[in-house]
Design a binder for this molecule. Structure first.
Ligand code: MRU
Length: 357
């Protein structure tokens, strides 16, 4: 059984959401399955517990799962009874294999695990030195993620004008990262620059990250936001009610394709049809410079997410279900990509390598 302790009602840090925290031998994560009803942390003491949390989407969002997985590796390093560096690295690699098998699409997961393993391999000072190096790498990654999002927010806010109405899909906010957010980081950056931005939040079936999580964050932070059903996207765009679309990303391949939450592609097609700029926003850890788009695995999630709403069955038994969790948007539909290394202008497939290295 994964070590899942009793949820803690969150009091501290209420005004700066920190999704994933290292807490001296345990990992604390906001339970995103309980939002928006309850803001609570769960605490994990084993890598198996962290893997289970990633699979069940207690923690979700590409940068957040990357850092959570690195902290999972750190838990494995700290709890190992190995007496030599070689045995400890073997234990760490076993945990890493389990964590890698949780979700296939967001590249940040693999990036976080790889960095933690690299820290272990390079460390000196015996088993204690290895464990310390892995923990400090994971903790550093958490801090770096927040700083990268803030940088990205400062670059991206320049694309927004005072008074803009921005549409967003899924949750690419503080909850999808360690803090601040990517697409919502750009919106936060615009507000910090004195601009008034209104947000249209797509509900994002089937897991409802828009209705549950983005709406929660934005209402909590006092943004003007309006929730719409996914089926209203075309109508809002065709009526000229949206100035820009901003989304996050789970993986951006070297040929400029953006993998993001299911539904993003149809938003991009409709935005293009109605002349509305479409911008993904992502930190360096989301770029996969090793792969082109047709080599990426799209996660298929359980059928229950589609046939049930709030645990109640809405479709007849016996119906076949497809539940791809992500889709890919090709470069020709993308107006620019906001990253923490600068803005990649269109055509993004040709300009990507001059910004991202
Ligand atoms: O299945 P999820 O909720 O983990 O998917 C998350 C997304 O698709 C987000 O839009 C993406 O990770 C961007 S995160 C800043």
């Amino acid at each position: 059984m994964p070590a899942l302790l009793r949820p803690v009602v969150l009091k501290e840090d209420f005004f700066t959401l920190r999704t994933v925290l290292w807490n001296e031998g345990s990992v604390r994560m906001i339970d995103q399955t309980a939002l928006p009803q309850r803001l609570t942390y769960r605490e994990y003491r084993t890598w198996e517990g962290v893997a289970d949390a990633i699979r069940r989407m207690v923690v979700r969002g590409a940068p957040a799962i990357g850092v959570a997985a690195a902290m999972g590796v750190a838990l494995a390093a700290e709890s190992s009874s190995a007496r030599t560096k070689e045995d400890l690295v073997r234990d760490i690699e076993k945990a890493a294999a389990g964590l890698r098998a949780t979700r296939p699409t967001a590249v940040n997961l693999f990036w976080g695990i790889d960095r933690a393993i690299e820290a272990a391999r390079k460390a000196s000072g015996g088993v204690d030195g290895v464990a310390k190096a892995v923990v400090s790498t994971a903790v550093e990654m958490a801090e770096d993620d927040v700083q990268a999002n803030k940088r990205l927010g400062r670059y991206g806010e320049k694309l927004l004008d005072d008074g803009d109405v921005v549409m967003t899909q899924c949750n690419a906010g503080a909850l999808a990262t360690v803090g601040y957010g990517t697409a919502l980081g750009v919106i936060r950056g615009a507000r910090e620059a004195g601009k008034c931005i209104k947000v249209i939040v797509n509900e994002t079936r089937p897991a409802l990250q828009g209705a549950r999580l983005t709406a929660f964050e934005l209402v909590r932070d006092g943004f003007h936001c309006t929730l719409i059903s996914d089926t209203a996207v075309g109508h809002m765009l065709s009526r000229g009610l949206v100035d820009k679309v901003l989304v996050g990303a789970d993986r951006i391949t070297k040929d400029g394709y953006v993998f993001n939450k299911i539904g993003t592609y149809q938003v991009a097609v409709l935005a293009n049809r109605h002349g509305v700029p479409f911008y993904p926003a992502a930190p360096r850890s989301t770029f996969d410079l090793q792969r082109v788009h047709d080599k990426v695995v799209i996660e298929e999630r359980p059928a229950d997410e589609v046939v049930k709403v709030k645990g109640r069955r809405i479709a007849p038994k016996g119906i076949a279900v497809a539940n791809p969790a992500f889709d890919e948007t090709p470069p020709e539909l993308i107006s620019g990509i906001v990253s923490d290394m600068g803005i990649i202008g269109r055509p993004v497939d040709q300009n990507l390598s001059s910004v991202i290295h």
